[in-house]
Design a protein around this ligand. Structure first.
Ligand code: NAP
Length: 677
């Protein structure tokens, strides 16, 4: 019942001035909260002095492994979280979005991290830039974890997902966290947090928890720290304007309320699959989690001629909603999170009623199928209709964080775009059209105002993840009113926690620092053919140059006959010569690649297990019959994968007899370790 904070590896009992958390189902007391007694300076110090060094001692790849283990640990223990989640008013289905959704996000980020992040303490961002004529001075970018603290302030609606979607990227980056869940559902977040600590998978100081207010924590933040905030625009503005945040240029990433739209295309009339998909999605978004989703559809745009049909179809769907105690099987929508939230929703509906009329639902008296309507924070789904959305203002800037949406008729796509843009920046909008031109027009009109657009039609509906689901591999966030932040997005979310630094110097120095070959750096002669050397004994910079081989007209014709590639540039002298790129017949690029392999491959069984691809292939100069080619093969980078093999990236350059570069690419192979052989 008394919810502890976790500071400096100690569970801290709530101090004085306890606040009560009550279940919105029946006002039962479910938690007592206070962060009085938490020493925020010590907490910040602990994260900085213990958590940061402990996390940074692990490589990016090892942290990704830990994240996967953590996801599995939580997954095995999720039932207890579900029991608590029901007390917040969430149905079992809502709970799955929160709990399984949060754990799934960790799995997805861990798997991306294990594939894409190096077994190193830095990332290289982008390509090497040549900065001098002679090639002795170059530049590149590295990214390293900030040496500070990530303060995570989360909203009440998804206590588990909200915590984990921020924890995943921070852990991958190697930055310790101080996590502050919203008070009204803090008991669910605190239970998930306790599991994270009990897992023993994270080094000391990697995570700490504040249940209650954040006290003077912000006074201890520096330019190495960052704040990731999810919640209302009001709180975000207040925190962003904290003097320490501006004075120390503390990074501040905000995800906040948003007047998300769903747009029915002007081609998608009643009876079309897109019309039905639109109605289904709007009704679902209104009622899942009782509409308490940052991504929920607040503005429902439909061609004016079909507004009546839309309202009728939506009303019929909403009528199937069973409001009540979410612990009962038949209930499909629980209460909002608290009586205060219920009051807030009603107040905001009243504001919208100044510009729109209620066409479905009674804001004051929900029909409650199971549960006590007097004690529970129940609301009916409420659909409003605004007949003059261009003249209205509040429907474009008042978010009712509950099961409430407003239908807005539009005359043509230009007006639909103008109305959507009145939201001044949203997390997401969904488009329902089967017309390519309409889709292109709407996307180009509203993309700058959104972090995500989802195009739902008959071709993708069955497998679509839906309007409301942020995905770990895609960006979550939006401009303007939505806060201007970006989270998730695969590795993009990790980059918030890293400092990008341009490094300039000699190719040799840059190669040594990044452990990757840079053109112009010293090349070394390996003791034997590199294909015979096990992974761990290959040295970055090891280079061989092959003998030359002539490319004859007979080779070209043989290759054409053998593969069926009889493109005129290889087979027809006059047509090839008329092409501005070729002097006459030239060798197939793929023939050159095949000859290159024939030149550099060592054929005997050995440590090279597989060739699994080429990156950045460029054919730079044509090769004509009678010319020679040779290959320079250099070990560019080594990425250990497991105890048996690792990935080798080879820099490959083909040159002609005049020493001109004909083709370049990175070759990727999997090479066995000596210990595994
Ligand atoms: P809120 O009142 O702004 O609270 C958000 C968080 O900020 C809570 O953890 C809250 O803690 C904390 N907070 C409040 N005052 C603070 C202060 N002075 N210093 C430090 N922390 C402070 O928002 P909410 O009512 O919980 O959430 C609903 C809003 O969040 C809606 O507007 C919704 O659109 C938005 N939201 C956005 C997203 C998104 O991803 N964009 C997701 C979910 C929700 P306490 O609970 O202890 O006050």
């Amino acid at each position: 019942m008394r919810l502890n904070s976790f500071s400096c590896e100690t569970w801290v009992e709530p101090g004085a001035a306890l606040a009560e958390i009550r279940s919105p189902i029946d006002q039962a007391l479910v938690g007592l909260v206070s962060s009085a007694g938490v020493d925020f300076a010590a907490m910040a110090d602990h994260a900085r002095m213990v958590g940061g060094p402990g996390l940074r001692a692990l490589t990016f790849r090892v942290r990704a492994e830990r994240l996967k283990q953590l996801a599995a640990y939580l997954n095995d223990r999720r039932e207890g979280l579900h029991r608590l989640s029901l007390l917040t008013g969430a149905t079992r289905r809502d709970g799955m979005i929160d709990i399984e959704g949060g754990i799934g996000t960790l799995f997805s980020l861990a798997s991306k991290g294990r594939r894409e992040l190096p077994d190193e303490h830095f990332l290289v961002d982008g390509a090497v830039e040549r900065l001098s004529k002679g090639g002795s001075f170059a530049g590149l970018h590295i990214m390293t974890p900030l040496n500070g603290i990530a303060v995570h302030i989360n909203a009440f609606n998804f206590p588990v997902w909200g915590m984990l979607e921020k924890l995943g990227p921070a852990l991958l980056a190697g930055v310790p966290m101080i996590i502050k869940p919203a008070t009204s559902t803090a008991y669910v977040a605190a239970a998930a947090f306790r599991l994270i600590v009990e897992s023993g998978l994270l080094p000391p100081g990697a995570v700490q928890l504040v249940v209650g207010g954040v006290g003077d924590l912000f006074n201890h933040l520096t330019g190495q720290d960052l704040v990731l905030f999810t919640g209302s625009a009001g709180t975000s503005t207040k925190l962003r304007n904290h003097p320490v945040i501006s004075a120390n240029a503390v990074r501040f990433v905000a995800e906040r309320d948003s007047l998300n739209a769903a747009i029915l295309g002007s081609d998608a009339g009643p009876g079309s699959p897109e019309f039905d998909l639109f109605v289904k999605e709007v009704a679902r978004e209104m009622t899942v989690k009782a509409g308490q989703k940052c991504t929920a559809i607040r503005r429902v745009l439909a061609p004016a001629a079909w507004t009546g049909a839309v309202v009728e179809a939506l009303s019929a769907r909403l009528a199937r909603t069973v409001v009540g105690d979410p612990r009962r099987d038949e209930v499909t929508m629980g209460p909002v999170v608290s009586l205060a939230q219920q009051r807030d929703c009603r107040d905001r509906i009243a504001v919208l009623q100044g510009e729109a009329r209620v066409v479905y639902g009674d804001p004051a008296r929900p029909a409650v199928a199971a549960g006590d309507p007097e004690k529970g924070a129940f609301l009916s789904p409420v659909l409003l209709q605004c007949d003059d959305p261009a003249a209205a203002t509040r429907i474009h800037d008042v978010e009712v964080f509950g099961p409430v949406s407003t239908v807005l008729p539009y005359r043509d796509p230009a007006e639909a775009i103008a109305l959507v843009r009145r939201g001044e920046g949203s997390l997401v909008a969904s488009l329902y059209t089967y017309d390519a031109g309409e889709a292109a027009r709407l996307v180009s009109g509203i993309a700058p105002y959104h972090g995500r657009l989802i195009l739902i039609d008959r071709d993708c509906a069955k497998e679509s993840t839906g309007h409301g689901s942020p995905l770990p591999v895609l960006v979550h966030g939006g401009p303007g009113r939505a806060g201007g932040g970006e989270e998730l997005g695969g590795m993009r979310g990790v980059h918030h926690y890293l400092q990008r630094t341009a490094l300039q110097g000699s190719p040799g120095r840059l190669a040594a620092l990044t452990k990757a070959y840079v053109k112009g750096a010293a090349e070394t002669a390996p003791p034997a053919h590199p294909f015979t050397i096990p992974f761990e004994r290959l040295a970055v910079g090891d280079t061989i140059v092959t003998p030359e081989r002539e490319v004859t007209l007979a080779d070209i014709e043989h290759f054409a006959d053998f593969t069926g590639d009889r493109f005129y540039a290889h087979m027809d002298e006059a047509a090839a010569a008329a092409n501005p790129f070729f002097p006459g017949r030239v060798a197939h690029g793929y023939l050159l690649l095949s000859f290159a392999a024939g030149l550099f491959v060592d054929p005997a069984p050995g440590p090279v297990l597989a060739n699994y691809g080429l990156d950045s292939l460029r054919f730079l100069k044509p090769v004509t019959p009678g010319e020679t080619i040779k290959v320079r093969l250099t070990v560019k980078q080594k990425n250990p994968r497991n105890a048996e093999y690792g990935e080798v990236r080879w820099d490959v350059e083909l040159t002609n007899g005049a020493g001109e570069t004909v083709a370049t690419y990175d070759l990727l192979t999997m090479n066995a370790l000596a210990v595994a052989a």
